[in-house]
Each structure stands twice: as structure tokens, then as C-alpha cells.
Design a protein around this ligand. Structure first.
Ligand code: RIB
Ligand code: CA
Length: 305
């Protein structure tokens, strides 16, 4: 059983489509602020569920970071957190405004064997869970998180967005020894999607295909408008690490979260020196062809009428 924690941007939606198309069962989804404020994330989740006929339960979680602020990439993604070329997710009534913590607690309490979490946004909900119910940490087998980076950032020169949006949450997760497996920016940048990948989707005629092609096109436009030929598949790469782990190589490392740097707040410091005691597994290599096939295959499967 898998729990997904997400800030429901377009790449989060593709990641969830990949899991939904795999043999893994989704026990529930918790929402966190990130790609947009939580109210908009709830609307995005409801729209995606309507478009894609998702049946799993969805619960709203943190509206702000642990210290209280809200950071979003609105300057890149726009106010909804999902850029479009003109189409949009359908309107649908959003999930209740809270409930994520109690839903996660009930899920963990009811498990017969430790469960897995796929985290695709700021780690705020997971940190709150760890602080509220440390006794349930042993019930978590693994948290696969898209976040951080060992080299350059994306939201700032130093920091990846999910890490920057709530660095204290990452620090809490690390300090409480949660079993963390990181799919970072550097790894995701090995898995690219370009305008050539749009053609098969654009060849389909269903209303659902039209919306997915529009949103994928707008996602690729993020890179094109910045002079890059292709866009990294961030959250889908993390989903692939869960559904096709053999396509990845992880290595134990020690991660420290930069909380104080004037220019480096939100940076993940990845220490690979042999004498350090590891506190996380870090994704080093991915079979980009396999990850792309899973992502584009899930899009095509969902888009066919
Ligand atoms: O930095 C990439 C992450 O931030 C992804 O989770 C994506 O959804 C985003 O906004
Ligand atoms: Ca995300």
C-alpha cells in the first residue's frame, strides 16, 4: 500500500497517473501547499480526480511551512500552479480543508506491515506527522521524496523548490530518522520531456487527451521559454523509483539541511565522504528511457477514450 503526499502541480498529476497505472494500490493522498496555496492545490486535486476518474480518498494538510510562511513558484507556474496553453482541469468540489494528519495516522495505525510514502511536495505534512506521532515512525518503511539537489538549485541558485518551501520540515524528517530516499533535481534532470513527445497525445481526439496534451505542452513550455530544449520530469521520476525501483541506483549519504545561509537557505548538503554516518539514500542514476516510458505510457493510457 502506498500513500502519496503532493502539492498537485502537473508533474505531480503525471506521477499519480503512473502509480495508478501500476500494480501499486494508492491508499490515500494528502495535500500540502507548494505549487500553489493549499486552497488552489485542493481545487487542482478535485479537477484532476474528475478528469482522470480517481477514486482514492484525498485529504488536505498544511497551509503553511512549519515556521509559518508560504513560498510558491507562482512566477513560473502562474496562480494555479499548473500552466496551460488555454485548457484547464475541470471544476469540481474540493476535498474538505483539513484531515491529512488524522488520515495518515489512521492509515499507519491500521497497517499490517510498514507502509510506503511517495512525497512530491514540501515535507510539511510528514514533519507534522513525525512530531505529532513519533510512535508511528516505525510503521513507515520508506519515504521516497522528490526534493533537494546536490549541485545547482531551481527555485534559487542553491535550493530546489520543495526543499526551499519548508527547510525546517526536511530538517525535522532527518532529525527524527525517518527512512528517507531522495530523488533530487540532478537525478530528475536526467529524465527529459521535449516537444517531440507531444505528438502521440496530440494525435488523440478524446476531450481528456486534449486537456492532457495542452497541460503537457505548457509544462514543456516552462523549459522552452527559458531557452532549454526539454523539461525535467521531476515528480514522475520519483514515482518511477517507487513502481520500478530496479531502474534506479541509490547510495547511502548524509544529508544536512541548510536552514540559515544568507544565499543558501534550503540547500541540501550531500556528504558522501566514507566516514560519515548515512541518514538517507540518495538517487545517483536512473534509466531515463524506462522512466520516460512509464510517464508517457501513463499519459497515453489515461488519454485513450
Ligand atoms: O522542484 C521540483 C518540484 O517543485 C516538483 O515537485 C514540482 O511539482 C515543483 O513545483
Ligand atoms: Ca510537486
Amino acid at each position: 500500500m502506498l500513500w502519496i503526499d503532493t502539492d498537485m502541480g502537473f508533474d505531480d498529476i503525471v506521477a499519480i497517473m503512473m502509480v495508478a497505472a501500476s500494480p501499486r494500490r494508492i491508499a490515500g493522498v494528502s495535500l500540502v501547499f507548494g505549487n500553489a496555496p493549499l486552497e488552489q492545490v485542493r481545487r487542482n486535486a478535485a479537477g484532476a480526480a474528475k478528469l482522470l476518474d480517481w477514486r482514492f480518498p484525498v485529504f488536505a494538510g498544511a497551509t503553511t511551512a512549519i515556521l509559518g510562511g508560504i513560498e510558491t513558484p507562482a512566477h513560473v507556474l502562474g496562480p494555479t500552479g499548473i500552466p496551460t496553453r488555454g485548457k484547464a482541469l475541470p471544476d469540481a468540489p474540493p476535498a474538505a480543508p483539513s484531515g491529512a494528519l488524522s488520515a495518515l495516522v489512521s492509515w499507519l495505525e491500521g497497517l499490517e506491515a510498514p507502509g510506503e510514502i511517495l512525497a512530491l511536495g514540501p515535507l510539511t505534512n510528514i514533519a507534522i506527522l513525525a512530531l505529532a506521532r513519533p510512535d508511528l515512525i516505525p510503521n513507515i518503511a520508506c519515504i521516497t521524496w522528490m526534493g533537494g539537489g546536490a549541485t545547482r538549485g531551481n527555485h534559487t541558485a542553491s535550493a530546489e523548490f520543495n526543499a526551499y518551501a519548508d527547510p525546517e520540515a526536511v530538517a525535522i524528517v532527518l532529525a527524527n530518522a525517518l527512512p528517507l530516499r531522495v530523488v533530487d533535481l540532478d537525478l530528475c534532470r536526467q529524465v527529459l520531456v521535449s516537444p517531440d513527445d507531444l505528438a502521440p497525445l496530440e494525435g488523440l481526439t478524446s476531450p481528456r487527451a486534449k486537456i492532457l496534451a495542452d497541460l503537457l505542452g505548457a509544462y514543456i513550455d516552462i523549459a522552452l521559454t527559458r531557452g532549454r530544449p526539454a523539461m525535467a520530469l521531476y515528480d514522475p521520476t520519483a514515482a518511477a523509483a517507487v513502481i520500478d525501483p530496479d531502474a534506479f541506483a541509490f547510495e547511502p549519504v548524509h544529508v544536512t539541511m541548510e536552514l540559515a545561509g544568507t544565499h543558501t537557505r534550503g540547500r541540501t548538503i550531500v556528504d558522501q565522504r566514507p566516514h560519515v554516518v548515512p541518514n538517507a539514500d540518495w538517487g545517483m542514476r536512473a534509466d531515463a528511457r524506462r522512466v520516460r516510458e512509464l510517464a508517457l505510457g501513463a499519459l497515453m493510457k489515461a488519454a485513450r477514450p
